[in-house]
Design a protein around this ligand. Structure first.
Ligand SMILES: *Cc1c(COP(=O)(O)O)cnc(C)c1O
Length: 377
């Protein structure tokens, strides 16, 4: 029997633009092999230019590091409570625990799959009634789809609780033309290997306040006081981005819009080909909302059919993945508070992320589509 191994189709793989190596070479030529240098400064101004000049950017070793510093800058301390969207990747919530604070998980709404304004306000009122006002709200633009920015901002202002905007999956997404990453009191980006653009590993902290940027860099470089010797009055971190990796980032910024266009095009084709089937459901467009569609996610009519599709793809060497398992369902957070409405549990049970890379060929895209069709007709 002859077995033919089909080439692997990844969920989301790195996609270099071509000029990254030039920036790396110049770092080598100038011997800037360090967590500072011209590529670090250049990458920060590239991102700032993309987001809007009023955005101050500090590039860091990861998105997780950016969330950790972001919470610190919002003065979260041991014993505080921090509200966090439950339907997300664990990196949104872990830094709450690093600080000795307690997460309060809040469920999603159906339109964007992100933090539900009704549940959020309920959680805030309930915590205040219990004598603890949450210190911050972590809202996430999951799979590139912006959360209900206006509603969340209104609640943030009403109760005077700052928002940490986890935009790790949403670089290039906008709401009414305004870029994701710029809505929160602090914004966070990620450049991990699977994200819309990558530096292999990396992240950024965004703020409109130059002082916040400077404080982030201070904390990311071991919190060194202004003295001729090494002196420290605060606990610091080693969270700055390498000048080599920032070089990759500079090359990636040149092709960011192409990457967004390619991913949105994947989504449009999946939706056109698969939405006629009653078993498959795609999110509705929301006026003013522009998603980078980092990953195409589809809702299947039942858990059983979802699994049937996932396993059929796996057998053909195609990577797909259930949606994020909500934090309030995670063993590690089993004792944490949560305000739920059943939405994220349903999304987790029925949702599937499909191969979505900006380097996914048309041929491979249609290979995936045909495999899915075979399982539902
Ligand atoms: C990737 C991701 C992060 C963390 O970013 P890293 O750079 O991998 O540390 C945080 N939040 C969300 C929603 C993510 O997808």
């Amino acid at each position: 029997m002859k077995t033919v191994t089909k080439s692997k189709i990844w969920l989301s793989s790195p996609h270099m633009g071509g000029t990254e190596q030039n920036y790396i070479n110049s770092a080598f030529e100038q011997n800037w092999i360090a967590p500072l240098g011209p590529n670090v400064d250049g990458f920060e101004s590239d991102i700032s230019e993309f987001l809007g000049e009023e955005s101050k950017v500090a590039v860091l070793s990861s998105g997780t590091a950016a969330i950790h510093l972001g919470l610190k800058l919002l003065t979260v301390e041991s014993g505080d409570e921090v509200i966090c969207q439950s339907f997300t990747f664990s990196a949104s919530a872990n830094p709450i625990a690093y600080l000795g604070a307690r997460p309060v998980f809040v469920d999603s709404e159906r339109d964007t799959w992100n933090i539900c304004p009704i549940q959020l306000e309920k959680a805030i009122l309930d915590r205040i009634a219990n004598g603890v006002k949450p210190k911050a709200i972590i809202a996430v633009h999951l799979y590139g789809m912006p959360y209900k920015v206006k509603e969340i901002q209104a609640i943030s202002e009403k109760y005077d609780i700052p928002v940490l905007e986890d935009s790790a999956e949403a670089l290039g997404s906008t709401v009414n033309g305004v870029k994701c990453g710029t809505f929160g009191d602090v914004g966070v980006l990620s450049f991990n290997g699977n994200k819309i653009i990558t530096t292999s590993g990396g992240g950024a902290l965004i703020s409109k306040n130059q002082k916040i940027k400077e404080k982030a860099i201070f904390l990311a470089t071991q919190a060194r006081d202004n003295a001729i010797h090494y002196q420290h009055s605060e606990i610091g971190h080693n969270y700055r981005m390498s000048n080599i990796l920032a070089g990759i980032g500079r090359g990636q910024m040149e092709v960011l819009q192409d990457r967004v266009d390619a991913r949105r095009n994947n989504y449009a084709i999946y939706k056109k080909e698969l939405s006629p089937f009653k078993e498959l459901e795609f999110s509705e467009d929301i006026p003013g909302y522009y998603s980078n569609h980092w990953l195409t996610a589809v809702l299947v009519s039942s858990y059983e059919i979802r699994e049937k599709i996932r396993l059929a793809l796996l057998k053909e060497n195609v990577e797909s993945r259930p949606l994020w398992k909500p934090m309030h369902m995670q063993p590690v957070f089993r004792n944490s508070m949560c305000y739920t409405n059943g939405v994220s549990e349903d999304l987790f049970n029925r949702g599937l992320c499909l191969p979505s890379g900006s380097n996914l060929s048309k041929e491979d895209l249609f290979r995936v589509i045909e495999l899915i069709k075979k399982e539902i007709v």
